[in-house]
Ligand binder design. Structure first.
Ligand code: NAP
Length: 496
């Protein structure tokens, strides 16, 4: 159970503690933040509302801890990460329970998220040992006008203190996708978990504590983003921000100082379906891609652009699969569970009502109970409807019928977002041409968009983000190149 067994020290009465300087602490604010269970809509957990002084302290300690961590041999850093990964996987049950209660993640998916996170940490350790164990050696006579009098040695050095801010939908996985690369590269880390998902994150951080990481290297500061977010992101002690979330990231980019930023933001992933596509495969992927975790995934299929000639068949096949989706509480491992908050459910409803007013075809009856929204496919969606452009982050998938592939590409490229997209066709040449023409960070051919496997590059363009994640890219992003140049008194040529 969450907050019990090895996790009993992370809770004080009914409020979970925050983590700094290698200890579990109660905030001097005397205030807590409530975490509302999306299913019951009642407060389920409470976490500390940390103060600015506590943030200052964590930053100060992180800076000092990073210096000695950077002097810790790479193999030892890797060893500790492997240990944390094993502890995390061993304690998957209470962490998964927190995911069920805080963010209504279906039971099986909650366990999968924790296990995948353990694997991610181990992979960071292995990849880090390889890529950080290598540098470059350059000689000066390859550039015109130079003799071979200079040898340049480059290596990768840590940035310092990384501020990690993950979103609610994968709080554990998207936290470790920042923590693993940051630590193996010799950085320290301050984590600000999402409010919904904070308790799962605190448990995950305790696994790093149990693994024996040095004091102060990792801190976990809880509190509402709207209250402590600006103070954290504009803090002079931060050397890099790795953020995943919505438009908040755009605001952070404008406020942050001259530091590297990794921003993974929203998406409106388009699914283009051509006439020659395998329609059963298409339907299976629209349902999986659009409705998994009730559509609350950055890479969910968020608009289907289907050729008119096959649209009726695709809609029919999708509808028959939608009818089989189970709807209910996450504890029962239902396919569709309540969305994260009432405000999120209201937002989704706003998009649905706008589409209704403007004449979209409802393939199912719109149904909502509290935060639970039944899966809904909207056909004959037109570009004047909000759902054609906005990210519902809920179990609602719009279908736009197109007359040509170009029309689909045009709709995809007219979006402010550019995270992922997908195209279904049996013609690989067409698929490649469409992929090249789509303005998105990744295009999947004959499968729904997906983040992962976690070592694949993952990036958005336009409002979908800055930089590229994926284990290797994140490790590189959280380092800087350092050169040392050896200047020789006279040109020297190997064997010459
Ligand atoms: P969000 O509202 O942007 O919140 C993300 C994180 O930012 C949370 O930890 C939040 O804390 C924090 N935050 C809020 N205000 C802040 C501020 N002023 N300064 C610093 N941090 C602040 O996003 P969300 O609702 O959790 O997640 C959904 C969004 O994430 C969707 O748009 C989805 O597409 C996107 N997403 C993108 C990816 C990707 O890889 N591209 C992956 C997953 C999700 P609180 O919870 O305390 O407010």
């Amino acid at each position: 159970m969450a907050g019990s067994g090895v996790f009993s020290e992370i809770i004080d009465g009914e409020v979970f503690k925050y983590y700094a300087d290698g200890e579990w602490l109660t905030s001097s604010s005397g205030k807590s933040v409530s975490i509302v269970n999306p299913t019951t809509r009642k407060t389920h957990y409470k976490v500390q509302a940390c103060t600015q002084e506590e943030v200052n302290k964590a930053m100060e300690i992180a800076k000092a801890a990073q210096k000695s961590w950077a002097r810790t041999p790479l193999w030892k850093r890797a060893e500790l990460l492997h240990k944390a990964a094993a502890i995390l996987k061993e304690h998957k049950a209470p962490i998964a329970e927190a995911l069920i209660k805080e963010i209504a993640k279906p039971a099986k998916d909650a366990v999968t998220e924790v296990v995948r996170s353990g694997d991610l940490i181990s992979y960071c350790a292995e990849e880090g040992v390889r890529i950080l164990g290598q540098g470059a050696f350059l000689v000066s006579d390859s550039f015109p006008g130079n003799d071979r009098t200079k040898y340049c040695l480059t290596s990768k050095i840590p940035l310092g203190v990384i501020l990690a801010i993950p979103p609610f939908n994968y709080p554990v996985n998207l936290a470790v996708s920042k923590i693993g690369p940051a630590l193996i590269a010799g950085n320290s880390l301050v984590l600000k978990p999402p409010t919904q998902g904070a308790v799962a994150c605190l448990h995950m951080v305790h696994c790093f504590h149990l693994a024996g990481f040095p004091k102060g290297l990792i801190s976990c500061i809880t509190g509402k983003g709207s209250e402590i977010g600006d103070f954290l992101t504009m803090h002079p002690g931060v050397n890099c921000i790795s953020f995943t979330g919505g438009d908040t990231g755009i605001a952070i980019s404008k406020k942050a100082g001259m530091i590297p930023l990794q921003m993974e933001l929203g998406g409106k992933d388009a699914c283009i379906v051509l006439e020659d596509a395998d329609l059963d495969l298409v339907a299976a992927n629209i349902v999986k891609g659009g409705f998994s975790y009730s559509g609350q995934r950055c890479t969910a299929v968020k608009v289907v652009l289907v050729m008119e000639s096959v649209a009726d068949a695709v809609v029919e096949k999708v509808n028959s699969k939608v009818a089989k989706l189970t709807v209910g509480p996450p504890e029962d491992d239902c396919d569709i569970t309540p969305v994260v908050s009432e405000s999120s459910a209201n937002f989704i409803e706003g998009l649905v009502m706008d589409a209704k007013q403007k004449g979209a075809t409802f393939c199912q009856e719109y149904k909502r109970e509290g935060n639970l929204i039944w899966p809904l496919l909207l056909d004959h969606v037109r570009p004047d409807m909000r759902i054609a452009w906005e990210e519902p982050f809920g179990p609602v998938v719009p279908v736009i019928r197109i007359a040509s592939a170009e029309e689909g590409i045009h709709h995809c490229n007219a979006s402010n977002f550019g995270l992922q997209g997908c195209v279904f066709t049996k013609d690989i040449n067409k698929a490649m041409l469409i992929s090249d023409a789509m303005e998105s960070g990744t295009v999947q051919i004959n499968s729904a968009p997906a983040r992962g496997p976690d070592h694949f590059p993952f990036q958005g363009i336009k409002d979908s983000g800055i930089g590229s994640q994926g284990i290797t890219n994140s490790i590189n992003m959280m380092t800087k190149v350092k050169s040392t140049v050896i200047n020789l008194p006279s040109p020297s040529y190997t064997m010459g």
